[in-house]
Design a protein around this ligand. Structure first.
Ligand code: PRP
Length: 207
């Protein structure tokens, strides 16, 4: 299932990411805002667990998302602002980290760090702003699937149609929420029109 945001707020934010005048601080801020918009959509059918809390009128019962069942997993490094945003919304959720680097020649993703806690029974929410060839996200999804979570959701900001097609084919059961599906991939496997390299843009890393 692929759900693309269609609201004008998300489109405006994505288009600000494309501007080269958007500096690293604002870039990360926009990525965080988009992560929140994606999370609202992705969790809109979540059931609420009733909890009794102390309010100014004494003890009362209200519904809450069971944050402890959520596990946010990000792919370094461009996903870091996304996990900051997600865990600010749900501070009791747990976090996991994967580091993958896309080999610039073969365009294959290479896993070099895996610090993901127990996934059994959890709703795992993968966070990576970019889906170009789809290789990194497919590998991350396969790894998480092998660890038997209750459900997998992927939150992404921008993708190529080619990357989305691969995901649909290889991971048909994953729920993907994305802010923008762009036009194409170029010969260097960059998204067009795209926004450049989200990791470099987020942290001012020169090429
Ligand atoms: C980017 C991006 C994804 C991957 C997408 O990371 O954040 O993880 O490329 O490309 P793919 O769909 O073709 O696999 P990158 O390897 O540039 O690392 P970075 O986050 O450190 O910039």
């Amino acid at each position: 299932m692929i759900y693309e945001l269609s609201n004008p707020v998300s489109k405006t934010l994505v288009n600000h990411l494309r501007e080269t005048s958007t500096d690293a601080l604002r870039f990360r801020h926009i990525v965080q805002e988009l992560t929140r918009l994606l999370a609202y959509e992705a969790l809109k059918t979540e059931t609420l667990e009733t909890q009794t809390i102390t309010t100014w009128k004494g003890k009362q019962t209200f519904g809450f998302i069971k944050e402890e069942d959520l596990l946010f997993v990000t792919i370094l490094r461009a996903g870091l602002p996304m996990i900051e945003s997600a865990t600010a919304l749900f501070p009791k959720a747990s976090s996991g980290f994967l580091a993958m680097k896309r080999d610039e020649k073969t365009h294959q993703s290479v896993l070099y760090y895996d610090r993901v806690p127990e996934c059994k029974g959890k709703t795992v929410i993968l966070l990576d702003p970019m889906v170009a060839t789809g290789g990194s996200l497919c590998d991350a999804l396969s790894l998480i699937e092998s660890r038997s979570p209750k459900k997998i959701i992927s939150l992404n900001i921008i993708a190529s149609p080619e990357g989305m097609a691969i995901l649909k084919q290889k991971h048909p059961n994953t729920h993907i929420y994305i802010a923008q599906i762009d036009d194409a991939l170029n010969e260097n496997m960059f998204i067009l029109p795209g926004l450049g390299d989200a990791g470099d843009r987020s942290y001012n890393t020169p090429e």
